[in-house]
Write a protein that binds this ligand. Structure first.
Ligand code: HEM
Length: 153
């Protein structure tokens, strides 16, 4: 079945295309909500994703050679918000997103490594043992992910 193209702006809303994105295919029914609302929810998730990035990279800069609690929470936040972003982008037509899955797959693998190094490094730090290479691996890979996110279009 053919669906009308997604209106890019309010002024493009024509006859038969309401502000409710009724024409999108969605298992969750989220497309029955106004387009603007789901855009807003998605953008809130992008904010959380960027704050998570700030926590993991900022935490690394401030706490190295040890892993801080902030880094660990940032790494967890990146995994959770990243997966939610991809889930929303793939399932809500009205967002008009088409994520590059090769790029997302690479970010996911790097992000899992960041979280693993951060969790293990933090557990060691709590026992009074600093493992600098693990801290640098977590922080360095998080920075690599920022490059992948921003440079791979
Ligand atoms: C340490 C881990 C991560 C870091 C530092 C990171 C960083 C970033 C940054 C800086 C952006 C904004 C880029 C831009 O708007 O041009 C971004 C966007 C995005 N990231 Fe991540 N990310 C991480 C993990 C993940 C993971 C695990 C996923 C998914 C499985 C993911 C999915 C996305 C998506 C879908 C966007 C696009 C948001 C949009 O529509 O603009 N990220 N990420």
């Amino acid at each position: 079945m053919d669906y009308p193209a997604r209106p890019r702006a309010k002024r493009e809303l024509g006859r038969g295309i309401s502000k409710f994105c009724y024409y999108g295919l969605s298992l969750t029914g989220a497309d029955q909500l106004p387009c603007g609302f789901m855009d807003f929810v998605y953008n809130l998730m992008v904010v959380a994703h960027l704050l998570g990035m700030a926590a993991v990279v900022g935490g690394y800069a401030a706490s190295q050679p040890r892993v801080s609690e902030l880094m660990v929470w940032g790494a967890r936040a990146q995994l959770i918000t990243g997966v939610i972003l991809v889930g929303m982008a793939e399932s809500i037509d009205s967002l008009g997103k088409d994520p590059n899955m090769t790029k997302i797959g690479i970010k996911l693998v790097i992000s899992v490594a960041v979280a693993a190094f951060a969790e293990i490094g933090r557990a060691d730090a709590k026992r009074g043992k600093a493992v600098p290479w693990m801290t640098h691996a977590a922080g360095g890979l998080a920075i690599v992910n920022v490059f992948v996110a921003a440079l791979w279009t």
